[in-house]
Design a protein around this ligand. Structure first.
Ligand SMILES: Cc1ncc(COP(=O)(O)O)c(C=O)c1O
Length: 451
C-alpha cells in the first residue's frame, strides 16, 4: 500500500469496531505481516481483535494487596508503545488544520525515546521526513528503533532528567520554516488522545472486575499525556483519586527537586504545559533501583514467582510485559492501594507504556552490577519491592496551597518558552481543560472529512 496521509479519528481509536470492516481486517492482517504497511495506522487503539482492552490483572501473590491492580498494556500498539497515539494525533491535527503538509515539512519529535519511536514510525507510514531530538544517554534499543523506522537523530547531552535541553534544541530548530514540531509537552492532541482514548478505555477495562469502578488511577508523567486519562475517569467515577508518580531521585513535583535517575520515559524535571494540575490528587515517589530490580524479577524470576504462588501461565505471560516505568506504575499502584486502604472490590488502574523489548541493556547492566542473582535473592526482592512495598513517600496535593506550588513550577518552566502568565493562569480553571477536550468532536469530523 502507498503512504496514506490519513488514519483513524479519535472515535475510531477508542472504538476500532467503528472502522469499516474491510479496513479493520486489512489492518489486523498487516499487524501480523508487515508493521510498515501504512494501514497499521488503524491499529492505534488499546483494543485487541475482539474489541477488549489489552490488560493484565496482576496476581495478588505478587502485589500483596486486596485491591485489583489492572495494568493496561501499551506494547500492543504499533511500534510497541502507546506513545504512537499522541504522535499520530498531533500529526493528524496539524494535517487537517493545514499546518503540516507532506513533502513540504520536516517533523521534529522532542522525546526521551518512545514518543520519538512513535514519531519516526508514524512519519514513515505517512510519508514525512522526521528528526527525533533526545538525550544521548538513553537505552540503546531506543536509538536503534528510531533509526530503523527512518528518522534522523539529533542528540542533546544527558539523560532522562535533561529533557529541557531537547526542548531548547527543538525551539532552535523550529526557527527554520520547513520544520514543524510535534511538541508533546505542550500541544493538546496529547491531552485529547489520552483523555478520550486512554481514559474511556480504562473505564471499559474494569467492567466485570470487582465493583466495576476505578478507585485510583496511577501514572508516572513524562509529558503528562497519559495522566490525562484520569480527567475522564474522574468524570465517570468521581471518587477516583489520581496519583502522579515520579522518581525519588528526581522529585520535581513533590518538592522541586532535580536529579539523574534511571526510570526512562518519566521524571522529566518539569511540570509540563499539558499537565492538568487541578485533577492530580497525590504525588508518589518511587526509587529507581526498585524499578530495575522489578524488571529483573518479572523477566528472569518465573521460578521464584511460581514458588510464591503465581500461576505458571501468568508468570510466563508477564515475562516481557514491563520496562522500568511500567514497574514504577505498578509500585505506585501498590502504595496507593495500601494508603487508600482499598479492598477486594476496589480497582486501581495503571499503565505499562511499553514493554521489555527496549530494556535488554538495562538488565545486562543490572547483571553486571550484582554479578549473581540467585533465586533466593529474587524471592527477597519480590518481598521487599512488591509485597512489602511501603505506603510512604506519598504527598497529598489536593489542597489549593499545594497545587499553587505546581502552578509556580509550571510558570518557571514555560514563561521562558514564550507563554504568557495570563495563558498559564487560565489553566487554573477546569473550563480550560473542558474546552480543549471538547475539540475531540471537531477533529473527529475534520479527520473523517479530509479522509
Ligand atoms: C516508558 C515510558 N513510560 C512513561 C512515559 C510517560 O508517559 P507520558 O508522556 O504520557 O506522561 C513515557 C513517555 O515517553 C515513556 O516512554
Amino acid at each position: 500500500m502507498n503512504k496514506i496521509p490519513f488514519g483513524p479519528t479519535y472515535e475510531e481509536m477508542l472504538h476500532p469496531e467503528k472502522i469499516t470492516k474491510e479496513i479493520r481486517e486489512e489492518a489486523l492482517k498487516a499487524r501480523e505481516e508487515n508493521e510498515l504497511d501504512p494501514i497499521n495506522l488503524f491499529n492505534i487503539t488499546w483494543k485487541n481483535e475482539k474489541g477488549e482492552v489489552n490488560k493484565i490483572i496482576l496476581p495478588k501473590e505478587l502485589t500483596g494487596v486486596d485491591a485489583n491492580i489492572i495494568v493496561m498494556l501499551g506494547k500492543y500498539f504499533p511500534s510497541g508503545s502507546h506513545k504512537v497515539g499522541p504522535a499520530y494525533s498531533t500529526l493528524i491535527e496539524g494535517c487537517v488544520d493545514g499546518e503540516i503538509t507532506p513533502g513540504e515539512h520536516t517533523i521534529l519529535g522532542p522525546s526521551t525515546g518512545n514518543f520519538g519511536i512513535g514519531v519516526s514510525y508514524i512519519c514513515n507510514l505517512m510519508g514525512y521526513e522526521a528528526v527525533v531530538i533526545m538525550p544521548d544517554n538513553m537505552s540503546k534499543e531506543r536509538y536503534e528503533r528510531i533509526q530503523k523506522y527512518g528518522a534522523r537523530l539529533d542528540l542533546t547531552p544527558g539523560s532522562e532528567s535533561d529533557v529541557i535541553l531537547t526542548l531548547e534544541r527543538t525551539y532552535k530548530l523550529k526557527e527554520d520554516p520547513k520544520n514543524r514540531a510535534l511538541a508533546q509537552f505542550e500541544l493538546f492532541p496529547n491531552y485529547r488522545f489520552h483523555r478520550y482514548v486512554t481514559g474511556n478505555s480504562a473505564v471499559e477495562a474494569v467492567k466485570g472486575i470487582g465493583n466495576g469502578r476505578i478507585a485510583c488511577f496511577c501514572s508516572a508523567p513524562g509529558s503528562a499525556g497519559t495522566i490525562a486519562a484520569g480527567d475522564e475517569i474522574k468524570k465517570v467515577f468521581p471518587e477516583c483519586r489520581v496519583a502522579a508518580l515520579e522518581p525519588y531521585e528526581c522529585s520535581t513535583l513533590a518538592n522541586g527537586g532535580r536529579g539523574q535517575h534511571r526510570i526512562e520515559g518519566i521524571g522529566d524535571k518539569m511540570v509540563t504545559l499539558i499537565h492538568n494540575i487541578l485533577t492530580t490528587d497525590f504525588v508518589v515517589e518511587i526509587k529507581d533501583e526498585e524499578t530495575v530490580q522489578g524488571v529483573k524479577i518479572i523477566h528472569d524470576g518465573s521460578k521464584a514467582l511460581e514458588e510464591i504462588g503465581v500461576p505458571h501461565e501468568t508468570a510466563e505471560y508477564m515475562k516481557n510485559l514491563f520496562g522500568p516505568s511500567g514497574i514504577c506504575n505498578i509500585l505506585g499502584a501498590i502504595k496507593m492501594a495500601k494508603y487508600l486502604k482499598l479492598g477486594p472490590e476496589d480497582n486501581v488502574v495503571t499503565i505499562a507504556t511499553d514493554s521489555f523489548d527496549r530494556y535488554e541493556s538495562v538488565i545486562e547492566n543490572l547483571n553486571s552490577r550484582y554479578l549473581e542473582v540467585e533465586d533466593f535473592v529474587i524471592k527477597r526482592w519480590i518481598e521487599d519491592i512488591f509485597i512489602n512495598q511501603k505506603e510512604d513517600l506519598i504527598f497529598d496535593f489536593r489542597k489549593n496551597t499545594d497545587k499553587e506550588k505546581l502552578f509556580l513550577q509550571k510558570e518557571k518552566d514555560w514563561i521562558k518558552f514564550g507563554y504568557s502568565k495570563e495563558y498559564l493562569d487560565s489553566m487554573k480553571d477546569l473550563e480550560f481543560w473542558e474546552r480543549e477536550y471538547l475539540k475531540v468532536k471537531e477533529y473527529n469530523i475534520k479527520i473523517a472529512d479530509m479522509r
